[in-house]
Design a binder for this molecule. Structure first.
Ligand code: HEM
Ligand code: NAG
Ligand code: NAG
Length: 378
């Protein structure tokens, strides 16, 4: 009996490995040490198997100071004093590209843009590192290949189109950084998906970086994160617990794959869990994150997320915000007052946009990319 149990365990492990090694194999050779992905349930099994042998650990990044907001400026491209970057049509060009993409592809791509901005910010700061397809140091193993990003991020094509649109608007000059384009695009998507309720100015003046490593995407929190994990990871970026709760409201839009939540259906409202169980034909099936959006539009960026917590949200990282404490108080306040959350969200997006910005041009380190998915002179 003991033997058959062992055998069953082994079979489970082997099938897990078969499932996991394929898509994540790139990780093995990716960068210094061993990346441990905290809060990514499926991936963490793989990592405990691999990193256990290699002695890998999750090391939080050196804690950043809270963004001062002083490095960037509002209307950066409209300021004639910035002679090199002066291009008053820049922001409108990005807005036009975002609107066009949403018209053509649907509102879900707006969700993709907001998430792209978050995933850029948390890894090497807002320097468009998430957009690179290859670099000298990483080869093809850039952030896009990192487990949280691979087969998941969308909206890259919109950024590429926006880049071209800014060049056209700036008399053919390449003056608007991809990092700024991404920040403007996330701002515009917030405006459009909220029906104009979340409208804010986004400061600019970021330069693009030249490095990007898949292994560093372990700075991104995962769906199985505990409240402690979440606080630690936001704190590492210089963002507060309150910012973390506020920004999580972005889960009122977009889609998520079943593999990230089928382990916790029993924690959800039973009717909702039943619907999800039926919808989840495979681990890669995508479902709407917000089952209760008005007008049956799952891409309304609104405070419905806080009303859905904790029985109608998908991830553990969503539900834990309702464990007793200050995050729970904030969830209730956001559920009760849409205006409050909308204002908080706008301010938190600006703070996130200040993370790790590079504001000077340094040869070999920063630049204004010609094409957003590759470094110049590659
Ligand atoms: C608090 C920690 C967070 C965790 C653990 C988390 C995790 C996730 C996961 C696992 C998905 C589904 C990905 C997939 O199935 O491929 C997702 C989707 C999404 N997340 Fe988060 N996220 C967090 C915070 C944020 C923040 C701060 C934002 C933006 C402000 C954000 C915006 C989104 C959006 C818009 C989607 C849907 C994307 C789409 O439909 O393309 N998330 N998130
Ligand atoms: C441009 O520079 C002048 C002189 O320093 C200053 O007075 C003005 O406020 C600046 N304009 C902007 C938009 O920053
Ligand atoms: C909702 O929040 C806004 C902005 O913080 C505030 O001005 C307003 O008084 C709040 N409304 C209620 C009903 O508490």
């Amino acid at each position: 009996m003991a033997a058959s149990k062992k055998l069953a365990t082994a079979a489970v492990l082997v099938s897990l490995l078969a499932l996991l090694v394929g898509p994540s194999a790139g990780l093995l050779g990716s960068g210094p040490g061993c990346s441990v992905f905290v809060g990514w349930p499926v991936l963490s099994i793989l990592n405990s198997l691999i990193c256990g042998l290699l002695g890998g650990n999750y090391t939080p990044p050196v804690r950043r100071n809270p963004p001062t907001g002083k490095e960037l400026s509002f209307g950066y491209y409209n300021n004639p004093n910035n002679t090199a970057s002066y291009c008053p049509g820049a922001e409108a060009a990005v807005t036009g590209a975002v609107k066009k993409a949403i018209d053509q592809q649907g509102r879900g791509v707006g969700a993709g843009l907001i998430r792209l901005f978050f995933h850029d910010a948390f890894v090497r700061g807002c320097d468009a590192s998430v957009l690179l397809k290859n670099t000298v140091a990483a080869g093809d193993n850039t952030e896009r290949e990192g487990p949280p990003n691979k087969d998941s991020l969308r909206g890259f094509d919109v950024i590429d189109a926006a880049k071209e649109a800014t060049k056209a608007a700036c008399g053919g000059r390449n003056v608007v950084s991809c990092a700024d384009i991404l920040a403007f695009a996330a701002r515009d998507a917030s405006d459009i998906l909220s029906g104009g309720r979340i409208k804010f100015a986004m400061p600019a003046g970021r330069f693009d970086g030249r490095e990007s490593f898949a292994s560093e995407t372990n700075q991104l929190p995962g769906p199985d994160s505990t409240l402690e994990n979440l606080k630690e990871m936001f704190d590492a970026q210089g963002l507060s617990e309150a910012d973390m709760v506020t920004l999580s409201g972005a889960h009122s839009i977009g889609r998520a794959r079943c593999l990230f939540f089928t382990n916790r259906l029993s924690d959800m409202n039973s009717g909702y869990a039943g619907q999800l169980r039926a919808a989840c034909k495979s681990p890669d099936t995508r479902v709407d994150q917000d089952p209760f959006s008005p007008d049956f539009d799952p891409d309304n960026l609104d405070n419905q997320y806080y009303k859905n917590i904790d029985k109608f949200v998908l991830f553990n990282s969503d539900a834990v915000l309702f464990s007793p404490g200050t995050t729970k108080e904030q969830v209730k306040a956001n559920a009760d007052n849409a205006t409050k959350w909308e204002a908080d969200f706008a301010a938190a997006m600006v703070r996130m946009g200040n993370i790790g910005v590079k504001t000077t041009q340094v040869a070999g380190l920063t630049e204004i990319r010609e094409v957003c998915w590759r470094v110049n002179n590659a």
